[in-house]
Design a protein around this ligand. Structure first.
Ligand SMILES: [Zn+2]
Length: 385
């Protein structure tokens, strides 16, 4: 293979730089959405539009007897934090040392920059394909509103652009953010006997939690981590009447939120309560909605016909073993999986750079992705013979 010889690589790198230069925090993706829509209108899509939730969607029509594939990544990114921590300014999109640098490069603008060119890659390779949707969603970092509201009905398979270093991902644990509260009785700290101090009840709960045996799934395990703690008091000489603990619970497939609440409820005193945390959000289109802090787990069997076809196709093409594994973090995949749509992760982005001040995407890996998309499409088309 020629180094940096791919026909679309330069366009792809330029686009990657441009889209990093357009900040797109969750709920503020409008400018980037309009930019991508215009870019996609210049390319060989049959249709390009922005849907109701604000996602940008491009459609390439194909043979209706072949599976319909959706390629997707998210437009929003987390805050860059302190600019001084960055070697390259977070919205510079600097190209240096074989990478494009900046916030969102690895999560997931590097994937967007490659997926945009899928119509060109299909045309150049002449690969047979069904309908293909390339869509870039909003508000992934805030719970997945864009994917949840996306019209999933045509899709037979989703290729998700969350970081995989051009390997395959076929599952992850879910995430449920819980608020555990315990009520007691307030009193002046000089007379603790008059109070029912909720700290002690919370301490007993935490002791039980530490020793809790977690549900398992095929060698993987759910986990529970207390993270934040607060009370209803500001004064250090008053015993509070309420203590609230925030918990981050990662659930294996099969463990539902209802089950988790039951497990926690069983460890709480009578005046204890557990609920899923939620927040009120607004999309850039002005829609207000309540978002539960909850991502669903998902897993595909390695024997899944799409997974094995794609794995074989990529192994042959790349002449290396392709790692088929789970992600450590949660993604939008659960939104699709709960509609019985298989989700396979494939992306040039690298997990180790996501959400860090070293955020970057490798130009070499982007080039490999550009080569691999037609291979993936071909493998999926062939798998239905
Ligand atoms: Zn992401």
């Amino acid at each position: 293979m020629n180094r940096h010889g791919h026909r679309w690589l330069n366009d792809c790198v330029n686009l990657c730089q441009e889209i990093i230069q357009i900040p797109s925090l969750s709920g503020q993706e409008k400018e980037l959405a309009n930019f991508l829509q215009n870019k996609m209108l210049e390319l060989d899509y049959d249709e390009v539009w922005i849907d109701e939730p604000g996602n940008v969607v491009g459609k390439i029509s194909g043979d209706s007897s072949l599976p319909t594939i959706g390629f997707t990544a998210h437009m929003d990114h987390v805050s860059p934090g302190n600019e001084e921590d960055w070697d390259y300014p977070p919205y510079s999109g600097t190209r240096a040392k074989g990478y494009v640098h900046g916030r969102g490069a690895s999560d997931t603008k590097g994937a967007i920059a490659t997926q945009v060119y899928i119509p060109q890659l299909i045309r150049d390779s002449g690969v047979e394909h069904g309908d293909i949707y390339v869509f870039f969603v909003v508000l992934e970092e805030k719970g997945g509103y864009g994917s949840r509201e996306f019209d999933k009905s045509p899709l037979d398979l989703v290729i998700l652009g969350e970081p995989t270093s051009n390997n395959l991902r076929i599952g992850h644990r879910g995430r449920v953010e819980l608020l555990v509260s315990i009520e007691g009785k307030s009193a002046h700290a000089s007379v603790p006997s008059k109070a029912d101090n909720p700290h002690y009840s919370m301490a007993r709960f935490l002791g039980r939690l530490e020793n809790l045996s977690m549900n398992k799934y095929n060698g993987r395990e759910s986990s529970a981590a207390p993270t934040l703690y607060r009370t209803d008091q500001e004064s250090s000489n008053v015993i509070p009447s309420k203590a609230v603990l925030t918990m981050d619970w990662r659930n294996v497939p099969g463990e539902t939120t209802g089950e988790i609440k039951k497990i926690i409820g069983g460890m709480l005193p009578e005046k204890g309560k557990v609920e899923v945390n939620q927040e009120e959000l607004q999309s850039y289109k002005g829609t207000n909605f309540i978002q539960k802090r909850e991502r669903k787990p998902y897993v595909l069997p390695e024997s899944d016909v799409f997974v094995s076809a794609i794995e074989n196709g990529l192994t042959n093409h790349l002449e290396r073993e392709v790692d088929v594994n789970w992600w450590d973090f949660a993604t939008d995949a659960g939104c699709f999986a709960s509609h019985e749509i298989p989700v396979v992760g494939f992306s040039p982005c690298e997990e180790k750079f996501a959400h860090t001040s070293e955020d970057r995407v490798s130009i070499d890996l982007m080039e490999v992705s550009l080569e691999c998309y037609p291979v993936i499409i071909d493998a999926v088309s062939e798998s239905t013979d």
